[in-house]
Write a protein of this length. Structure first.
Length: 404
């Protein structure tokens, strides 16, 4: 295991997930997850994976994107409270949400790396049934609510994860199951830890976007978990059969970016985020901001259809994602959002770190005891962090909520 690769995986997904803060819901998470998957393909150095980079990235991206339906804003508020029970609940439930993000992201990428021939129709059907049953029984029948009065679609994501895990287990895709497990541990740890960092920033009035720090921490830890799960597993050589390259290109390079931009670059949002920053902007400038990036997405997306160099595609794909964030925040003309420029610094670091030698794979068997100890260790850490947090402030912070 190389430190450069750990940092690369963490920096790449951390940056992508921080950018995702500007583009919520499933589509933003899918783009960020795809960047994480592409990073691992480049780190691996495996030529057979590069040939199927788009289908693999799409699988990983959609897996991460499924978690985008979950609501977690009120959980962040629990972490800003003053009593240990509510704060611990907030950190722990954020850990659950992060783990659900990470499991499907890692597991679906892992499944795309297996020799299974087009498993997706069955996986999608089983995941859909799992989501419906889980939500119906946990929320509708038993009334287990994580984020009242917000959406409780975490239960649907739990059903998707359980259905995916069962499919992988019974079909002996152990490497994919392991990849999902490590990604879940990393992302779960990262989300709770990130909220703790945000609380510290609020307490000490750090002049920085601490919400973005929380998002970055989720991605950084999730990326490290994905990397470890990948290189400690044995993966088959992918065959030369067609794995839906054209369909993957359309969804990854055209559909997801356009939907993400259309959903986030409405005239109302542009007026609120950008036009309000300067009084001399003409009203029709909003249309330029709304449609110019969409044209750029189409031009680059059509160009990527014939691109064979995965590394070149990766940095263009990643760079476009960051550029859209600079655009939607108005950071392209005003320096009011310093974290936006740190994304570019991170991208530059990833560029140089990816020049190191390819990863060395080493299959390691992981016992059931390891997973139990890992989960318990994270729960104990969150308990300690909750105690530390309430010692540092007497009054509830802005945006605090109580669950109990």
């Amino acid at each position: 295991m190389r430190i450069q690769h750990l940092l690369t995986a963490g920096l790449a997904l951390g940056t992508a997930w921080a950018v995702r803060g500007q583009f919520g819901h499933e589509h933003g998470a899918a783009w960020a997850g795809a960047i994480g998957a592409l990073t691992l393909i480049l780190i691996s150095g495996r030529e057979d994976w590069k040939k199927f980079a788009l289908p693999i990235a799409l699988a990983g991206g959609v897996g991460w994107g499924l978690g985008g339906m979950m609501s977690y804003g009120i959980l962040v508020g629990y972490g800003k409270g003053t009593d240990w029970g509510n704060v611990y609940y907030g950190l722990t439930m954020l850990g659950v949400v992060g783990a659900l993000y990470g499991f499907t992201g890692g597991a679906w990428m892992g499944l795309s790396l297996s020799r299974a021939k087009n498993p997706w129709p069955q996986v999608i059907v089983e995941s859909t049934v799992g989501a419906i049953l889980s939500y119906f029984f946990l929320v509708e029948q038993f009334g287990y609510l994580m984020t009242p009065p917000r959406s409780e679609l975490w239960a649907a994501c739990l059903g998707i994860s359980l259905a995916t895990a069962w499919y992988l287990y019974r079909n002996e895709h152990i490497a994919a199951l392991k990849l999902g497990g490590f990604t879940a541990l990393g992302a779960g740890l990262g989300f709770g830890l990130g909220n703790f960092f945000q609380v510290l920033g609020n307490i000490y009035e750090v002049p920085f976007n601490m919400w973005n720090v929380m998002e970055y921490t989720l991605g950084f830890c999730g990326g490290i978990g994905m990397y470890y799960g990948l290189i400690t597993s044995e993966w088959p050589e992918l065959s030369k059969e067609d794995r839906g390259r054209n369909l993957s290109w359309f969804f990854l390079c055209i559909f997801i970016p356009l939907v993400m931009w259309e959903q986030n670059a409405t005239l109302e949002k542009i007026s609120k985020k950008i036009l309000s920053l300067r009084e001399d902007f003409p009203s029709h400038f909003a249309y330029l901001i709304q449609y110019l990036p969409a044209v750029l997405i189409l031009i680059l997306g059509l160009n990527w259809r014939k691109m064979q160099n995965v590394r070149h595609f990766y940095f263009q794909f990643f760079g476009l994602y960051i550029s859209l964030s600079l655009f939607i925040t108005g950071a392209f003309f005003r320096t009011h959002r310093p974290e936006q420029y740190l994304y570019l610094v991170n991208l530059l670091l990833v560029y140089f770190l990816l020049k190191s030698r390819s990863a060395t794979f080493q299959n390691k068997k992981i016992s059931n005891a390891f997973w139990i100890k890992g989960i318990l260790g994270i729960l104990l850490l969150f308990a300690l962090l909750a105690w530390i947090a309430i010692q540092l402030h007497e009054n509830a912070l802005s945006g605090a909520h109580n669950r109990f």
